[in-house]
Design a protein around this ligand. Structure first.
Ligand code: GAL
Length: 524
């Protein structure tokens, strides 16, 4: 008999919510569920250098944009920074143990550019930085955990900001090309999955439109910054970033890929945009919202041009790509798309209807008003984060949308997870019994399974995150971890969701007939 996936998940969650000692609900031999996930599907957890590593001045690391930004008063909600973060730099072995216990076969992490090249291409390679990543990569590979490596997850050497204003200058293409080359050279023998950028759409929008992230540039109603131009600079910065991606892919393809045999892609933040009404105006607005958010980056890289809606509305204000770049570097400039999906949003048209100034309604945002709640209706259960509404159906919809638009290029769900906060005096039950996270993850995975059954080529899924960590401008107030981190002692403790994920993976492996690896013990 074939059990629907969500029933199995419910059975597992239920078991976990009532156990304290041990739980042997996953009988590997007796399992009867046929998994929609392929045999070599990557199940992993995700992290990033600035949010995890700490050691911000250790062993020759240079300052990066986030070090400098968070040291300015008023930039993060709780006044904290990533100086120590969760000290992954010193505790990576313990963290790999945690992964092994869960049974993941991949770990997504990012390299700190300033740890490897403290001064960008204007200085030397920092040997201690290379040594650290070699140790981490080896620790993973030795346990059968595939490293899935992001070159840049928001953090760049401050040197590049100080010298030429980073993404605003085409010079950064040369720096990024150089950095990528160094990484492929030192780590490419063991790293088979490379990501050039994490969420350039978020980095550019927050860095140059709303000014909430470094380099904190914006203008007018978009935010409160001392410099910047919210209507112009995001497009310049994005064009330089897209060309930098293409430069790194070019180096990989021409110099390394044949021998090293890996794959290279990019990760975008992907929101499912749901038209608020059935009107054709709102439907077109939802398309525009997607074009001005995700397709802005993916279309040039995959199709060699900006989305039609952007061309139509912005015309000559969009920085063009050279014919040479389009023909030689941009078209089919990746092997896979990384999808970070957490939430869905409603969209209302602002061309034919009047919209208040705010999220999305301006010309440079595509005249589409975007919000998780409209006219008192919420797209999904609200969470402690104003941008995160629980809407599991959005996973199937966004994956299917990407599949259809980009001819089913392989995808990885590179992030998905739920952020929570702790009240001032949490009980042990509050801290560890994260049933809300289990419910969120199982709902989204169920929806992903449905997209795969209908033909989407998705090859991996990573929970954000392995541990609680530094959540950007929210500091340590928001927790995304399968493991709780005590920020005084830095000790890590498994949450219910870690046990649940372990069994979810075991269930999949059992149905796929894969023998459990060394991490597969059944004890709690
Ligand atoms: C993503 C980002 C991660 C993490 C996560 C949770 O957008 O890539 O670094 O912060 O959101 O908010």
């Amino acid at each position: 008999m074939e059990l629907p996936l969500h029933h199995a998940i419910f059975a597992m969650s239920f078991c976990f919510s009532i156990i304290i000692g041990s739980c042997d609900i996953v009988s590997v031999k007796e399992n009867s569920i046929s998994s929609p996930f392929s045999d070599n599907f990557l199940f992993g957890t995700a992290s990033s250098s600035y949010q995890f590593e700490g050691a911000y001045l250790t062993d020759g690391k240079g300052l990066n944009n986030w070090d400098v930004f968070t040291h300015k008063p008023g930039t993060t909600m709780d006044g904290t920074n990533g100086d120590i973060a969760v000290d992954h730099y010193h505790r990576y072995e313990e963290d790999v143990d945690l992964m092994e216990f869960i049974g993941v076969n991949s770990y997504r992490f990012s390299l700190s550019w300033a740890r490897i090249l403290p001064k960008g291409r204007y200085g030397k390679v920092n040997k201690a930085g290379i040594d650290y990543y070699n140790l981490l990569i080896d620790a993973l590979v030795n346990r059968g955990i595939e490293p899935f490596v992001t070159l840049t997850h928001y953090d760049i050497p401050q040197e590049l900001e100080d010298r030429y204003e980073s993404w605003l200058s085409p010079e950064i293409q040369e720096d990024f090309r150089y950095y990528a080359d160094v990484c492929f050279k030192y780590f490419g023998d063991r790293v088979k999955y490379w990501v050039t950028f994490n969420e350039p759409n978020v980095a550019i929008i927050r860095g140059y439109r709303t000014g909430l992230h470094p380099p904190a540039r914006c203008s007018g109603l978009f935010g409160n910054c001392s410099k910047g131009d919210s209507e112009r600079e995001p497009f310049i910065a994005a064009a330089n970033l897209i060309s930098s991606h293409a430069a790194a892919v070019d180096v990989y393809r021409t110099k390394y890929q044949k021998n090293q045999g890996g794959k290279i892609g990019i990760v975008l933040n992907a929101i499912w945009f749901e038209p608020f009404s059935n009107s054709s105006e709102d439907k077109l607005a939802a398309e525009r919202a997607q074009s001005f958010y995700m397709n802005w980056f993916l279309d040039p890289i995959i199709l060699g041009r900006y989305p039609a809606e952007m061309e139509e509305i912005l015309g000559p204000d969009l920085p063009p790509f050279s014919r040479y770049d389009v023909e030689n570097k941009l078209k089919r400039g990746l092997d896979f798309i990384g999808v970070n999906h957490y939430t869905s949003m409603f969209v209302k048209d602002c061309i034919f209807s009047a919209c208040e100034a705010g999220l999305g309604s301006s010309r440079t945002e595509g005249f589409a008003f975007i919000s998780g709640q409209m006219d008192g209706v919420s797209i999904g259960e609200p969470t402690v984060l104003d941008w995160l509404h629980v809407h599991p159906q959005g996973m199937e919809k966004i994956v299917t949308y990407i599949k259809d638009r980009y001819n089913n290029i392989p995808m990885f769900i590179t992030e998905n997870g739920l952020g929570t906060n702790e009240n001032s005096f949490p009980t042990t039950e509050d801290i560890f019994n994260d049933a809300d996270r289990v419910e969120y993850l199982s709902g989204y995975l169920d929806s992903l399974a449905s997209a795969i059954r209908k033909g989407a080529d998705v090859r991996g899924y990573f929970v954000w995150s392995l541990l609680d960590n530094f959540e950007w401008i929210q500091g340590y107030t928001i927790r995304f971890g399968l493991h709780h981190v005590d920020y005084t002692t830095l000790s890590r403790t498994r949450r219910l969701s870690a046990f649940w994920y372990k069994n979810f993976i075991a269930q999949h492996k059992a149905s796929a007939g894969i023998r459990p690896g060394p991490g597969y013990t059944q004890e709690r």
